[in-house]
Design a protein around this ligand. Structure first.
Ligand code: ADP
Length: 483
């Protein structure tokens, strides 16, 4: 649609029956009062601003004038779209986040649409006067012609005589008609037809004018193609900048956290190694030596798992975890997790690790086998770590609505709701003191989420304090024929 609705190029009679025609006429009639309002407000404010320019407040008033004009332009854009049904592009785009007020003001002042829209608003009054005068003149003439025979009749029947001043033009018309030797009836019919014709022409004219008005609004109240491209480029550049800053910030945070987290196991290793290599008193007994070596082994393992997690975090930050994805037999992965961790859980924490797989075959899932194994190991290690002696941890896989679901549930201490929302954040530990005793760094779940999302899956967590937790990994199932 390129112009006002309902514009018909041919001079048909239907134009008089269309609601759109009268809506267009009313829109044109509204130009004068609205134009007067805009003009009065803006000129008054501008004059006030200029007269106060010697004091700083004048600048503020002038800025306010521009802001009010901008508001009027927005209003006109909405009104024209709604009333004339014209499509008008955006008048502005949201400022890039974080852009300074000064840059925004400068961008606004240097944008062509700012001044074009001001011109549009200011032109409403002078053009409104012209349109109003034309409407009045044409409609007045059309009505006068159409109703003149009736008026003539009323005047001559009611008060016979040619001395009535308003009868004069009618009598003149009548005598002119007589000059053409037309009968009174033919004159009356001719005048009515001329009046109706002029009315139709006026309606068509108003439709054309409204279409022109709509086209002008489209031009003056929206960003041009090149301005739109420029504004989009600015937004994109600002988004890139914000992303780079965020990455920088998270790198700084990571370095600070990592240094902190490394210090604890390293200090512990150093202390135990020192006790072994240069004991202060008598050399440690074989039992103590074994105990120190166990501590060193555990802390070394912690450090190595931190490094693994950090490598995954660095990969995710660099914008791509390198995964080797393909169809994976989930049952087999679950078996491996179970056979690796069940003896450790039983021996070290007296926790039973049970597995549950469907009777029939599971469809293969789209995943990276080794990374999925890493995630499930992590979930089970967490579940075992946060479950008291005698508790149960279960790992279960099933097909669920076109996806493969693997859940790790425990009967452990649970996670309070306010922490549950944040457990997938980096370095987040529900209870730092509690988690520190289990040896976690608060990275495992954030790495798990990065990895699972890179496999186009999702990971969710449910928990109730004192009852237990369930972490569920959802993976895309590959239909048997595609696998
Ligand atoms: P961490 O290495 O500290 O375990 P994670 O990212 O794996 O880090 O977990 C984040 C936090 O979520 C943990 O510190 C712990 O507070 C909580 N959490 C994770 N799994 C469980 C669970 N099964 N039961 C209770 N709390 C858990």
């Amino acid at each position: 649609m390129t112009g006002a609705r309902g514009l018909r190029p041919d001079l048909d009679l239907g134009v008089a029956l269309q609601r759109r025609t009268y809506a267009n006429a009313a829109y044109l009639a509204s130009r004068l009062p609205l134009g007067l309002l805009y003009f009065t407000v803006l000129v008054t404010m501008a004059m006030l601003g200029f007269s106060l320019l010697s004091v700083a407040v004048g600048v503020v008033v002038l800025a306010g004038t521009l802001a009010v004009a901008w508001g009027f332009a927005h209003f006109e854009r909405r009104l024209t779209r709604w009333w004339l049904g014209v499509e008008i592009g955006p008048i502005s785009l949201p400022a890039p986040p974080g852009e300074s007020v000064w840059r925004r003001v400068r961008a606004h002042l240097t944008s062509a649409v700012t001044w074009k829209s001001l011109a549009f608003v200011m032109l409403q009054m002078p053009l409104g006067i012209v349109v109003f005068a034309l409407q009045m003149a044409f409609l007045g003439a059309a009505f006068a012609l159409f109703f003149s025979p009736a008026l003539y009749l009323a005047a001559t029947l009611g008060r016979p005589g040619a001395d009535q001043p308003f009868n004069a033009p009618l009598l003149a018309l009548s005598s002119a008609a007589n000059g053409f030797q037309l009968s009174g009836l033919a004159t009356a019919v001719g005048l009515c037809v001329a009046g109706a014709g002029l009315f139709l022409i006026t309606l068509h004219g108003m439709n054309a004018l409204a279409a022109g008005w709509g086209a002008a609004a489209r031009q003056m109240l929206s960003l041009s193609e090149s301005e739109l491209r420029f504004a989009e480029a600015r937004l994109q550049a600002a988004a890139e900048h914000a992303r780079a800053e965020q990455a920088d910030e998270s790198r700084r945070e990571l370095v600070a956290n990592v240094s902190h987290e490394l210090r604890t196991p390293i200090a512990s290793i150093q202390a135990h190694v020192e006790s072994l290599t240069s004991p202060e008193g008598a050399p440690p007994s074989p039992a103590d030596t074994q105990r120190y070596l166990n501590v060193i082994a555990r802390e070394t393992e912690r450090l190595s798992s931190l490094v693994d997690d950090l490598l995954a975090v660095a990969g995710a930050d660099a914008g791509g975890l390198r995964l080797t994805t393909g169809p994976v037999d989930i049952g087999e992965v679950v078996e491996q997790v179970h056979s690796t961790l069940a003896p450790i859980a039983r021996r070290e924490r007296r926790v039973a690790l049970v597995k549950s797989l469907p009777e029939g075959p599971l469809p293969p899932a789209f995943a990276d086998r080794d990374r999925l194994l890493q995630v499930l190991m992590n979930l089970v290690r967490n579940a075992v770590a946060y479950t008291a002696e005698g508790g149960i941890v279960s790992i279960e896989a099933a097909e669920d609505g076109g996806r493969v679901r693997v859940s790790v549930s425990d009967t452990g201490i649970g996670i309070p709701p306010e922490d549950l929302r944040r457990v997938f954040e980096r370095f987040y530990r529900a209870d730092a003191s509690r988690a520190r005793s289990t040896g976690g760094f608060g990275l495992g779940l954030s790495v798990a989420r990065d990895l699972i999302e890179a496999m186009k899956g999702t990971i969710t967590a449910e928990s109730e304090v004192g009852v237990g937790s369930r972490f569920t990994v959802w993976l895309v199932a590959i239909p048997a024929e595609a696998a």
